[in-house]
Design a protein around this ligand. Sequence first.
Ligand code: GLY
Length: 676
Amino acid sequence: MNAVSDILIIGGGVIGLAIAVELKRRGATVTVLSRDFSAATAHAAAGMLAPQAEEISSSPMLELCRASRLLYPEWVYKLEQITGMTTGYWPCGILAPVYDTPALTASHRADNDNSVRQWLDSPAIHLYQPGLGADVVGGWWYPEDAQVDNRALLKALRLAAQEQGVDLTEGVSVEAIEQQNRQVVAVRTAVGEFRARHYILATGAWSQQLLPIPVSPKKGQMLSLQMPKGDNESLPLQRILFAPETYLVPRRDGRLIIGATSEDVGWTPHNTPAGIQSLLESASRLYPDLRHWSIQEMWWGFRPATPDELPILGQGSCENLIFATGHYRNGILLAPITATLICDLIEQQKPDPLLEHFHHSRFYKTEQGSVASNGKNPAFVSRHLSSPEATPTPMPLTFSTPTFDSPTVETELTDPLIIAGRKFRSRLMTGTGKYQTLEQMQQSIAASGSQIVTVAVRRVQTKAAGHEGLAEALDWTKLWMLPNTAGCKTAEEAVRVARLGREMAKLLGQEDNNFVKLEVIPDAKYLLPDPIGTLEAAEQLVKEGFAVLPYINADPLLAKRLEELGCVTVMPLGSPIGSGQGIKNAANIEIIIEEANVPVVVDAGIGTPSEAAYSMELGADALLINSAIAMAKNPVAMGQSMGMATQAGRLAYLSGRIPIKIYATASSPLTGTVGN
Ligand code: GLY
């Protein structure tokens, strides 16, 4: 085990370091884990301290930003004192020129904050700032907005942390946050475990790689020019220009930072001609002279964006876990206030009322607007789902639902499916993919009687088409979630996604759910699982305490190896996923069933209820069916039918079928039966 500190901060960006320095100043022992300090988003920023120019409309956010701007002078002064470095803090003000006066005045009339600002009409703004584009028709002057040299600030923060004795550990990737009973017990990394009393997640745009909180990367491309010096070494631009589509941030050393694109392209790296061209066009329109200045550098970064563009701050999903992430466009600005509020929270165990507005639970509100009553069954509410027209309204079923809750046969009560010590009434597992609507999915699963429902963690996390709002559309107080690693091509990916799946189940209220359906599928054509990758991933996941349900080809030896490793089921395929080809490998499945001491779940390929019943008659303990239900003409009816077939097949298996004979035997024997 590695260092034990009072506080362990995951993330060495501006937020993580700002909190580290403040905590240390207050007397705590602090460890910061960082994968790569130079990758921090703050490195790519422009360093504007611009609550007004950014036109922040949420009033708690404006309050937070302005409070932070107010803290800045003293905060950087202290850092400079500690380190002897400069941070480039410059209260230079921001001029926000516009090309279209009416739109601007309308938007600002609605703005009733008390900040200092001044409207400049066309002659005034051109006089005030010579060199602006001819079509600038006016603009606002925000004298209180400012800037800091973000790269210098990061360096100073890092040095301050070092000088004060913060344990900075670089080059360490956090692989998992281990939790028990709503407490983080350790952080797992490639170089071992780290433990602390409190943990702070400050991983910015990368947060979703560790926990299923809605922070995603929003790419920004930027470049810098060298400004020519005028008479007396003066620079042509001495204040920030913030216009629609671009901003120009002059530094005292003569650089001019031009930002920034805002692109939803995931983690796609690099500058692009289109991105740089659009910036140069907007910048040249704003300040035409810059077309002749030399280009110094181009770069890009990833802002940590949340669905409502507000940060996620305060108590996290465990009692000793705090979130400080999702600062989107304002991480540099919000660093001092975030550090102050988070440190107060840890020190006083009492959140500042302002923090309430930034609590992660705002994304888990139910449709009525309140957090789920048990406080443990939160669900991400995407904008899509929370809009009234998109709220799923269950449609009435047009036929009777099966009587799974009051079975007429004993088997339902006396013959539960037991996986990893957990009992299930239904032996049919279903999936959530490929349905046309969430309502259809909800009703089909209900009609099937299924209690175990598998969810593709990666697709839910990335909100892949058809997966928006999917995980929260089901009632996880009644269903057992089986997170799956669909989409993972390697063992390593599958292990990572399995960990995320466990977090997702926790966030959705299933604290003790350690199940994972392991899929390692490198081949996109046949979607056949990789036996070696599956074995490797299973070994790791079993070690980490997962109940592993591996999806495999119907290979009896592999099934045995997986069972010996500690997997809680084996899930041989009947035929390729979604093919509806039925059970193509009955002989091998029969061997697996005969040899297994864990439940055998036939997964994939089943197309009809007769094939479902057949698999159960072979002695399978359970089935997993998705495509055959979701893609049927009437998925709800097919769900019901598959549920009945599973039940019928199981009952038939237990009842003992008659032996197959070569010749006929009369149905009405002459002796030895009732009545003789
Ligand atoms: N804070 C400016 C940006 O994110 O582009």
